[in-house]
Design a protein around this ligand. Sequence first.
Ligand code: M6R
Length: 592
Amino acid sequence: MCGIVGSVGLHNPHDYILDGLKLLNYRGYDSAGLAYFEHGIKIYKDKGSVEHLETLVPHNFSSLVAIGHTRWATHGVANKTNSHPHLSYHQKITIVHNGVIENYQEIKNFLLKEKYDFYSETDTEVIANLLDYFYTKNNDMLMSIKESISLINGSYAICLFNDDHPDVLYVMKRSSPLLIGHGDGFNLVSSDASAMIKYTNKFIDLNDKEYGIVTKDNIQIFNEKGEAVNKEYISRDIADIAIDLKGYPHYMVKEIEEIPDVCAKLLSTYYKDGDYHFDKELIDALSKANHIIFIACGTSYHASLVGGRLFESFANISTSEYIASEWANHPRITGEWPFVIMLSQSGETADLISCLKIIEEKKIPSLVITNTEGSTLDRKCQYSLLLHAGKEVSVASTKAYVAQVSLLALIVGAVSKQKYIYEDLLKATSYINNVQNNIEKIRNIASNIKKSESLYFLGRGYDYLLSLEASLKLKEVSYIHSEAFPGGEIKHGPIALIDKNTPVIVFITDEENAVHMRNNIQEVVARGAKVYVISTKSLAKKDDDIVLDDFPYYLTSVVSSTFAFYLAYYTSLLKGYNVDRPRNLAKSVTVE
Ligand code: M6R
């Protein structure tokens, strides 16, 4: 989604702003812009890429302040007028904003009565004008920010400068991440540490409703009551936030190929000296729970389905799994001793943050499993476990999914005190490379399916849960309509759509379900479908397309997922799409 960069005190902020915006590319965006002050306010912005913006902007600008933005349209289409930065009506305040202002229409109506005109369709321009309204009355920018915060509902990370003080940046934040990076004789602002890491590894993380003033030598932060707040500097593990292709053509394939190393790191972090290595208090709290509520979105939701089944099968604790936006709407809490597990690669997903507010109100113990240290969920959940998967840049999540499933298996091992789960996981991760020996075959399947309009994935048990993720991945990057069904369910409806133009991809890695799954294959073959089968050695039939070494059936999401990720990757490449940045999608979904 949107990204913010800002600098104060850099001699020529051109490189930081443009390189910073490029580093935020991975979040997904449709327009970009920047502003600085050089004999007056200069704003350059347009629909399209940061590379396109770069062609519009002078190579050097000597300005004490500069701000930049990548926009993912929420209010108003993607065009130049709606792009950020926005300038307030009296041309005083230049602002970039991430998030969504829920009561922007109400504020806009008020400002229209006060004779403010609006040029864009955005909620951001409304904030620029609200700040302008107060500033026109009190001539005090910090006071104007404080007054505005008391009126705005919604989420925002905002960076701005005022024409009257072009040596100062102002920041304000609620529910959208915003960091200040501290340098020697300069300070930086960004929604993401990765944009600043080349310049500094000393950050201040703003809390909700905090705001501040940033000069080249000083940072002052205030709470919503206007009281000064002492903030500690934090640093980030550079390896976790570095964005480097390391010679790979795309982040997606780099991240798929990192999966075995990610698993190895996870296993050595959470299993040490012959035993599981978790905070004892967390494992006790989970063991005491009589119901676990999983809440997540997208790929993380699919990982939670696997986690739920693992808890029920191996730890004998009942679970429910919910999509965050649905749970927030109808928060179902089951059991006398419930415990919530949230899964989020980014740790910033707005739908989950709204759930967390409910969880806190109801005082339910909660754990987040996230890949992003210092993210909102990492900081706010009662317990947090990191995936240590390294930065995931590709919008389509791959290594984080495998890390989530693997970590859940380790937690279940610790709660149920069963060491063989760790041993099975160790074995399973050593078989991931086995999928890579089949790259040519996977590429052929990709080539066969690339022109399909619609496709099905089938599986039973854990293979069905994996099918859901395989299907999401394919549709995200190849734009082929795809659905996943349990093998037993197709005859209850979906089979009506099967004909010779519908490829069906089937996973058979679980002995208990293998015979039934083979019957389901016959049902779709009889309707003309072209079937591709991924099976394991002991369950394989002569014509199966990919045969993997045997691995513990309940870890198919750890092993066979790599097949699904490669299939999606190659299909997208063969169709000529931008695999790392699929249309309309954003890496971190920071609006509800
Ligand atoms: O950062 P999160 O794990 O909370 O993100 C949840 C979803 O937005 C995310 O998994 C999305 O579905 C990805 N594009 C999947 O590839």
